[in-house]
Design a protein around this ligand. Sequence first.
Ligand code: AMP
Length: 425
Amino acid sequence: MQFRSPRGTHDILPEQAGSFRKVIETSRDLFEHAGYAELVTPIFEENELFARSVGSETDIVQKEMYVFTDRGGRTVALRPEGTAPVVRAYIQHGLHARGDVQKLYYVGPMFRYDRPSAGRYRQFHQVGIEAIGSLSPYLDVECMALLLGIAQRLGVRDVAIHLNSVGCKKCRPPYVGLLREYLAPRIDSMCKDCNTRYLTNPLRVLDCKVESCRPFLEGIPRITDHLDDECRSHFGEVRDILEASGIPCTLDPYLVRGLDYYTKTAFELIHSAFGARTSLGGGGRYDDLVELLGGDPAPAVGFSAGVERFVLALEEARGEGAGGKDRNNAVRVFFVSTDPGTRTLAFREMLRLRESVPVDMDFAGRSVKAQFRKADKLGARYAVVFGGEELAKGAVKLKDLASGEETELPLAGLTERLGQMGGTQ
Ligand code: AMP
């Protein structure tokens, strides 16, 4: 019997790991430059945390959570998203006391029992930020700028920020009433999911992707026409700041997010290369969540972005298929031994050199020719040949693999010498 990774999960192979890391490192760098500090939370939490925050009637909680009872009888869930755990930690550790706005970021795996497809996994990774403790619309725009910034830094084009406001707990209920009234005579002709959403969470009808439901959405009341004064003015400020900052956005009245906790601003970064539209990331305000989870009221805004989705977009931008050409190893020097007798010496020198330079050698007993081929394949800049002839003179041969030039180096002080050269590219 041969094992395979569980359905909906995937291995990140060495040739993909470079892009994977690049997405994460680019995001980290952007976040830290904007004053966000990393917060690492467990990958599982009390189930109730997500039911309360994401919403007990959402798809995520209803259909997609990995929930299990541990050996102590506690009901826990693998985290489906990062905001609720960050807010839980913010409250638990009294982070509000550290200053007016807490700017936090996270990186890590999330779990959703979703139907697997291209770019949709059951275990995937997100990077995300949360700015907790302020209503300032500048922070909403900062979030959008950072999400867009990831794409720009990675060279991912054909992206657009889609923006909407989903109101607040005061103006949303009357709007949802209007929505129900509008949908009532039409709902029988709509898809099964819309019928369920009509009863439990009518707002989600707006972002139904089923083609046959689209015509029903055309004349639907728009939430932005029904915002209360505070939400309307906040939304206006966000749009003004976006414009003044030169950040283009597309107003999208159908944009609602799959999680209940959003208030006011909601946005997504849509990638539309090659005809398909995918969401690379999304976020918005959640002004009531901290209080809902038991903290002192603190308005907040944030976003999360899908690492795998950015990897796919990055590979597309570079014109590579899955399994890009990234050389995901750092080896700069390769030690070649001409006969087994010189191998131990080469090994000892290699261990020393590794303190300053990334170096590797052959472990498969290959021929000298094959060892050079391997050095080439790893992208090494230099080969150091441990040959009987040179060693008899207390020396080794250094070959510059780019120019083919060979020089003899004394064995004594080899590590220092190569260290000084730094295995330069
Ligand atoms: P959400 O938390 O649903 O707003 O998702 C934020 C981002 O995470 C999306 O824009 C995607 O990039 C990514 N994402 C969400 N669900 C998945 C999934 N099942 N597989 C891969 N990426 C996902």
